[in-house]
Design a protein around this ligand. Structure first.
Ligand code: NAD
Ligand code: UDP
Length: 314
């Protein structure tokens, strides 16, 4: 049995990861400062003797005895990472240095949750891992994009200089149960708006594309990467099925049977026009492909949003 640390473990992806790691028989230490994570996301795990929850900010060092580190702590949605951009950078830079220092000391394997945002507004399509990206270093998304790019650099330098067993996954847009209602991301916004009968807010004309991966599929890819020896990555993890934001809006309206009208709002600065992962490397090295069709994943997500909204209203 391995002792596994999940930073950001009370967040959206982190909580699903903690759950799956416990199911597989690991001891899990979940570390979170609860900026966007919530205790309720891991409430059902608190009685498990193999689970431990620690409130800690990763910009401060911490000493723990662990075998593996899944490093996920970092606000991920534009509204959250732009709320305090300096803190976002500190989390990516100082937080990753602290986690790499820990990995080095206790000889733990460490996996960084990087992002498709390292490709910026990509000039290559679909994006392969060898593409270096087109990122604005001084824009409003830079605290997140450049923060993750530095985090990747730190992973590679600790790997080369200190032989830290490092791994990098570049995660593309992911959705599923437990996303925050107000995180401003497109899937959560559209579902909440549709369920409340509020207008569906499309930024720009809705022709920009994204490729959405269901969280269970993503977690399988993340664990496969951690368990694959001698492969540092970076490796793309995402669903290559590309759709426009307008198509997503229509699909959500259809699945919720909502009468919400569609309204258009201004496109945010530096909003990438197209995004689609090339996942050949993940297929080859991890034998991983996402399985969930968007309709099925959205139906599960909508059901969980519905029951959580009813719970919060009660
Ligand atoms: P999330 O906001 O739900 O989770 C992030 C977690 O990190 C939260 O629980 C938050 O409280 C915690 N956190 C933030 N700063 C911290 C700090 N300084 N110290 C300790 N804990 C801190 O977001 P998510 O969607 O679950 O994303 C998790 C990771 O995956 C992030 O690193 C994100 O960059 C990456 N990622 C997510 C997506 C996606 O589509 N969801 C895409 C690409 C990459
Ligand atoms: N978007 C939108 N309406 C919303 C929220 C987002 O049209 O209410 C658009 C946004 O401009 C972007 C896409 O949906 O083009 C995905 O946005 P999100 O913030 O979910 O992810 P990211 O831009 O980081 O990929």
């Amino acid at each position: 049995m391995a002792r596994v640390l999940v930073t950001g473990g009370a967040g959206f992806i982190g909580s699903h990861l903690c759950e799956r790691l416990l199911e597989a028989g690991n001891e899990v230490v979940c570390l979170d400062n609860f900026f966007t994570g919530r205790r309720v996301n891991v409430r059902h795990l608190l009685d498990d003797h193999s689970f431990e929850l620690i409130r800690h900010d990763i910009t401060e060092p911490i000493l723990l005895e662990v075998d593996k580190i899944y490093h996920f702590a970092c606000p991920a949605s534009p509204v959250h990472y732009q709320y305090n951009p300096v803190k976002t950078l500190k989390t990516s830079v100082m937080g990753t240095i602290n986690m790499l220092g820990l990995a080095k000391r206790v000889k733990a394997r460490i996996l960084l949750a990087s992002t498709s945002e390292v490709y910026g507004n990509p000039l290559e399509h679909p994006q392969t891992e060898s593409y270096w990206g087109n990122v604005n270093p001084i824009g409003i998304r830079s605290c997140y994009d450049e923060g993750k790019r530095v985090a990747e650099t730190l992973m590679m330098d600790y790997h080369r200089q200190n032989r830290v067993d490092a791994k990098i996954v570049r995660i593309f847009n992911t959705y599923g149960p437990r996303m925050l209602f107000d995180d401003g991301r497109v899937v959560s916004n559209f579902i909440v708006q549709a369920l409340k009968g509020d207008p569906i807010t499309i930024y720009g004309d809705g022709s920009q594309t994204r490729s959405f991966c269901f969280v269970d599929d993503l977690v399988s890819g993340i664990i496969a990467m951690m368990e694959t020896p001698d492969f540092t990555g970076p490796v793309n993890l995402g669903n290559p099925l590309e759709m426009t934001v307008l198509d997503l809006a229509r699909l959500v309206l259809d699945l919720t049977k909502s009468n919400s009208e569609i309204v258009h709002k201004e496109l945010p600065q530096d909003d990438p026009t197209r995004r689609q992962p090339n996942i050949s490397l993940a297929q080859e090295k991890l034998s991983w492909v996402p399985k969930m069709a968007p309709q099925d994943g959205l139906v599960k997500t909508i059901a969980e949003f519905r029951s959580r909204m009813a719970e919060e209203e009660a």
